[in-house]
Design a protein around this ligand. Structure first.
Ligand code: DX5
Ligand code: ZN
Length: 221
């Protein structure tokens, strides 16, 4: 996968049937998904609680796709090793939770994984300027993190445009991912802003045919 080579899709199992995660994985593979997005929430940084390293490790056993792990937790540094050992391939931390962000990203990379950084809707994207050389992925939140099925906050698209411009000006290689409120009606605008990877939870796993929903998102231009 390379910047500008998309659209890529990383369906989020947050909206899947938790009693059948094996089916959610099979649907993602059948739909041609590029990654599988795992939303980790601790009930502190965000109001919801979802899954942790044991579930990531279980999915690792049955999923051939790279695991795109989004940490919506306080003090992620304390848990990076557990997620690395669980088999996460891409590990994305929130800039709001990492006072030592440079060393957090370095730790992820030193473990041979890909380091991502993300920001809440009202965190200025310029806050990421110093991080850009050290990130393999920048994830733009389209909603306030915590729950699937929310409406995209349109102002967040400008962050994608800023990131694409700074990536080209700086010659950086990070991928741009967009997460939250993605659906077939807004996917083209998100891609046009410069997004490479679309995360979709409810638009995929609440669709009658999740595999077809993934293919439809990847067909968007
Ligand atoms: C929000 C999560 C997103 C979201 C995706 O906190 O990070 O991944 O659940 O779900 P949809 O696509 O339904 O907004
Ligand atoms: Zn997410």
């Amino acid at each position: 996968m390379k910047p500008g080579g998309g659209p890529y899709c990383s369906p989020s199992v947050i909206a899947a049937d938790y009693t059948r995660l094996d089916r959610a994985v099979a649907q993602a593979v059948r739909g041609g998904a590029d990654w599988l997005h795992l939303d980790v929430m601790d009930g502190c940084f965000v109001p919801n609680i979802t899954l942790g390293p044991p579930v990531v490790a279980a999915i690792r056993k049955i999923c051939p796709l790279p695991l795109d792990v989004h940490l919506m937790i306080v003090e992620p540094r304390r848990h990076l090793d557990a997620f690395i050992r669980a088999g996460a391939d891409w590990i994305t931390v929130h800039v709001e939770t990492c006072p030592h962000l440079h060393s957090d990203l370095a730790l992820i990379r030193q473990a041979g994984r890909r380091a991502g950084v993300t920001l809440n809707p009202l965190t200025p994207v310029e806050a990421l300027e110093p991080v850009l050389p050290f990130a393999d992925l920048v994830l733009v939140m389209g909603v306030n993190p915590g729950f699937s099925g929310q409406k995209l906050i349109p102002e967040t698209l400008a962050k994608v445009e800023w990131l694409r411009r700074r990536r080209s000006e700086g010659g950086y290689r990070f991928l741009i991912e967009f997460d939250g409120g993605v659906n077939p009606a807004n996917a083209s605008a998100i891609l046009a802003a410069g997004c490479d990877v679309l995360v979709a939870g409810s638009a995929v796993y609440e669709a009658p045919n999740p595999a077809r929903a993934i293919r439809a998102l990847k067909a968007k231009r």
